[in-house]
Every structure is written in C-alpha cells, then in structure tokens.
Design a protein around this ligand. Sequence first.
Ligand SMILES: *Cc1c(COP(=O)(O)O)cnc(C)c1O
Length: 485
Amino acid sequence: MTEHQPETGDFATHLGALGRRLDEQLSTGWTDAYDRVDAWTSALSGPLPEVGAGTAATMDDLLEHLVPNGMRMATPYFWGWITSGPTTAPMVTATAAMVASPQRGSLTAWNLLEEQSLAWLADLCGLPEHFRGVYSSGGSTANLVALGAARQWAYEQIGIDPAVDGVGGGEQRMRPTIYASEQVHHTINRSAAVLGLGRSAMRIIPVTRDLRLDVAALQAQIAADVADGCLPIAVVGIAGSTDTGVVDPLREIAEVADEFRVWFHVDGAYGLPGILDPRVTPLYDGLERADSAIVDPHKWLNAPVGVAATFVRDRALLHRAFTQEPAAYLEGAMSTDGVRVSLDAMGVPYGDLGVELSAAPRGAQVWAILHELGRAGVRARIVADDDLARLVQRRAESEPRLQVLSPAVLSICCFRYFAEGLTDPDQVNQQILRRLARETPFIVSSTVVDGAYALRPCFINARTGVEHVEEFMSTVVRLGDELTT
Ligand SMILES: *Cc1c(COP(=O)(O)O)cnc(C)c1O
C-alpha cells in the first residue's frame, strides 16, 4: 500500500481516541477558544503543504488544536442559539452513515429507516398519517422546500407550472404574497427570495399582547391583497418562535387560510416536539390542518447539526416542484427485470423531492433517537426542558431585581435584571450577557421583547440540570448588582 492510500483498521484507532477526547472534554466542563486564539491560529494557519503530514499527524492536530477550540454548544451551560450538542446514539449513528451508507438512495436498511423515521417523527409531533416527508440539512432548507410546494400549488391553481415556466410573465404578474407574524424566522423571508417570489412578498402581520399572530389583522390583510389582485402563496404559523417560544393560534390561522384557499405552513423547526408536553399540547390545536410543516431534529431532539424534515400533505407536489431531469448515469444502471442487488432500486426518490441529490441517510440518526428513548423518553426530555424555563420564570418572579419579559410557553423564558431607578436597563443587561460569556460557563442569547433588551435562555440541551439553572439565576443577580453599585 502506498503512502497516500488509507489504511483499513485506522477507524478503530482514531475514532476510539476521538471518543475518549470528546468524553473528557464534556466531563471537564468549559474553556473558551478565545483564551487560546493565538496558539491555534499559529498552529493551523499557513500555506497548502506540498508534502502531507500523514493520517496520524493530522489526527493529532485534530485532537490538539480543533477539538478543544470549538463552540461550547454541547456543554450543559449553552442555552443560546437553538442548536443541539448531540447525544451519543444519533452522533455515533450519523458517523457510521458516512462510511456504511454515504447515500440515502437504493435498497438498503438505511433507506428503509429514512422513510420509517419520517413516519415516526410525524407521529411523534402529532401530524396526521397522510403526511409524507423529506429530510434536508436544516430549517432553512426545510422551509424552502415547504414553500416550494406552496408555490407549486398556488400557481397551479391559476394554470401555471412554476417549476417549468417560472413565476415571471403573463397572468403571473399577479403579485405573490406570504403571510407571517413579526416573530417569523428570517429563513422564511430568504425562502421567498430564493423561490423568485421576492422578499417584498412578505406581509408581516402584527402580534397580539401574547406575541401570537393577530388573526383579525391577517384576515384583513389577505382580503385587501386579494382585492388588489395579489396571489397569496402561503400563510405561515409558527409553532415555537425562535425568540420567545410562542405558538401561533394555529386553528384560527387554518380557518383564515381555508377561507381564502391559501396554503397553510407551520414552522416548527424548534418547537414542534413541544406538543409532547401535556401542559401545552392544546396550543397545537389545528396543526393537523396544515398543508406543510417542518421540524429540526438538530434542535430539540439533540441530533447532530445538519438534519431537518419537511412534511407535506401531498408529496407529489414536491415531486412536481423539485424533480430533476433523468440522468443516464443513474437511471441507466437500474434493473428492468427485477431486483437482484441493492442498486437495482432507488427506494423513495428523495433526490426529486427537495434541492439536494447526494445526501447522507439522515433518517437513521432520527431513528436512533426514537429507538433509544421512545415517545415516553422524548416526552420526558421535553417536559424537563419546559420545567427549566418555568424555573427561570419562578426565580425571576420572586427575585425583586429580576423581571420576566416573556413567560415560559415552551423551553424559553425571557427576563432581565431590573431595579428601581435603573436608568439604562438595556445596557446593563447587555453587559450581563457579555460578562456571562466571558467570566462564567453560561451562554444565553438576547432578544428584544416589547422594546426591552432581554436575556433569553432556551433549554434544549439534554445535559442541562436544575442545578445549572439555579446557579445561572444567582449569577445574573450577582453580575447585575456588581454592575449597578
Ligand atoms: C432555527 C429555526 C429556523 C432555521 O433553522 P436552521 O436549522 O437554523 O436552518 C427556522 N425557523 C425557526 C422557527 C427556527 O427556530
């Protein structure tokens, strides 16, 4: 074997060493990459090497310079962006997929789990049985694919195939519109841009006091737009907003969508699994009337980053929106006289139902999570996370120098440090957030609620416990006191 060929047998050595290093890092807690910025910058920067260092030396650099100098997301104290530090079963399964079945197509066990896990996931999240799905890399793509189906449907209603003819001319001059509340995630706006509808298609609907979409305002806006000759493409309901975790009034939105015969999309990238907590299940009433919905297993289900699911009531629409031209190198290899090897059949043609062709079988990681925990185990995690947000709320309500800004609906509670006579609370809380990140293990995000700067912990991390949250709350009070006296 020559030097540039990989050695069989190396996986055990290097993956074993990596596993030990990751375990060690997770158990010894946090240190920030910024503390060593000079060391890793100088170790890793430089020109393309003419002669390679070899596998072992490359793996040494991985363990020494990369692994300890990443983001602190997998630590129990990271409650900022809604991205999970993965748990063991999905992480190991995803790694296995890269070698054991690098593609989702063909007649394999991995392809079987792609479809089965989509069905399990739909069931877990309370979607009716007729929903069918497709995986993609994340909520951004999943929303794009769902709104691609909405676009296909809306234009077909006026006799146009937008996948073939585009959305440009003739009757197509009808202005397309998409409706969503102020809490909408910006990936919806970007989807409108990518789909050729334009960001100006977005109609941002105000929210009521509880931060949920104002249905009367939605109704009035669609009516005005239709009278004006617009072509409504979709109404978006949010099931768990990224900023505050609110769930829009889905049933009432579904009724308005029905009235105008508009596609009803539910963005549940973060919050769809929240339906499992019986305290909030009723908030999801009406979800079953959606035309499409998305969920990110790489958020609340703790899959490794890179997996989201789009569900639609009619997958044929996705096929019409996203199918590719036939390719000689693919179809030409198919058997015409029965299946004898796994490559004779493609299984469900996921490559024609979204915007990705080559893609790892992501369903296996979702299967791993659901196989490991079952519905009851996932529910226990969701309930525990919602409990942590309720704990933040109780502490903020009982501590005179803290103030709740948006109560816990799912696993987010926004609050701030606030004392009588404090002249610039926004600035103080911004400093608290910065000092938390710099001086403590805790990382949270900020948002703005009713014009006020808020600290925003979001609990989706399976490694977080009550003791971490108790310590966090007293740390916020201590930092606020230090900054104001
Ligand atoms: C996170 C999020 C998205 C985007 O998902 P990515 O996986 O980050 O691309 C979309 N919508 C909502 C509600 C989200 O919380």
